[in-house]
Design a binder for this molecule. Structure first.
Ligand SMILES: C[S@@+](CC[C@H](N)C(=O)[O-])C[C@H]1O[C@@H](n2cnc3c(N)ncnc32)[C@H](O)[C@@H]1O
Length: 276
């Protein structure tokens, strides 16, 4: 687990959220979110479109990612949740996409919803910390706000890189915060924890800066969860609102102190990464 996410989890533990981000927690989240009108309104307001999101990627960033994908290319998306973002990316780009996630409830929702498009869009239940990744020779492996959950960054990058075809790429959206004791430059694109690991392993990478967007995101995320709290409770989905509030105050604080950045890392396949 990436250190900053550990800190977030410790922060939320005191609020009765010790199991936050576990498979059971995500299953509960998506079981409720899929049919929640308040959650749909929340996503529409925060992300610009309701795709049952649980990360930080809004419509502008999604359009940018869709523009990087090519018709017919083979894409593996890790941490795809219930697949609405995958579906959007597939439709926009014409790629062939397999999404994997460990939340079986979310994967079942995705499979049911997209049964008529199985040739280009498929989903599978995979625990990224324990299971083998399905398939090989991918053109692109995509991770939208899911890298934090996969354990050590270096081991994860090597595991994903091994499933790319020559000339393929990893596309990773990830945030970085600066906490007390972190070096000043940890927020700079070439010095985030992920960038440091990429350099050690000898990966070439282009970074796109989504920082301004993510700072606005967390302020909206916090505002709208407070605004919609009564609506969530009226439909007995207080859990969904509590889940958001358990993290968005922490992120908002970092956004307002400007100690939060986010980059989209486009990483070239590496035939011989260094110590994996
Ligand atoms: C922050 S959410 C992001 C979801 C989606 N990509 C988005 O942007 O809305 C993280 C996702 O990673 C999944 N996840 C967390 N740990 C995982 C693991 N060990 N194996 C597979 N998926 C995992 C969760 O179930 C969840 O769907």
């Amino acid at each position: 687990m990436e250190p900053t996410m550990n800190e977030l989890m410790n922060h939320t533990a005191g609020q009765g959220q010790a199991e936050m981000f576990s498979r059971a927690w995500y299953n509960e989240y998506f079981r409720r979110a899929a049919d929640s009108p308040a959650h749909a309104r929340f996503c529409e307001a925060v992300y610009g479109r309701d795709l049952c999101q649980h990360g930080m990627m809004d419509v502008d960033e999604m359009a940018f990612v869709a523009g990087l994908l090519k018709p017919g290319e083979r894409v593996l998306e890790v941490g795809c949740s219930n697949g609405h973002i995958s579906e959007y990316l597939q439709q926009q780009s014409g790629c062939r996409l397999l999404g994997v996630d460990y939340a079986d409830v979310a994967v079942e929702q995705a499979l049911r919803r997209t049964a008529d498009r199985r040739a280009v869009l498929d989903f599978r239940c995979v625990d990224l910390t324990r299971d083998e990744l399905p398939g090989t020779d991918y053109d692109t492996i995509l991770a939208i706000d899911s890298l934090y959950f996969m354990g050590d960054y270096g081991a994860t990058l090597c595991k994903l890189n091994a499933r790319l075809k020559p000339g393929g790429r990893l596309i990773i959206a990830a945030f970085q915060v600066r906490e007390d004791g972190d070096p000043e430059h940890v927020l700079e694109p070439a010095h985030t924890r992920l960038s440091q690991v990429l350099r050690t392993l000898g990966f070439d990478c282009v970074r796109h800066d989504f920082t301004a967007n993510v700072r606005r995101h967390w302020i909206r995320n916090h505002d709208h969860s407070l605004r919609l709290q009564a609506d969530f409770e009226a439909e007995s989905n207080g859990f969904l609102c509590e889940a958001r509030l358990a993290e968005n105050g922490w992120f908002r604080d970092h956004a307002e102190r400007e100690t939060l950045v986010r980059y989209l890392y486009v990483i070239a396949q590496n035939a011989a990464p260094g110590p994996c």
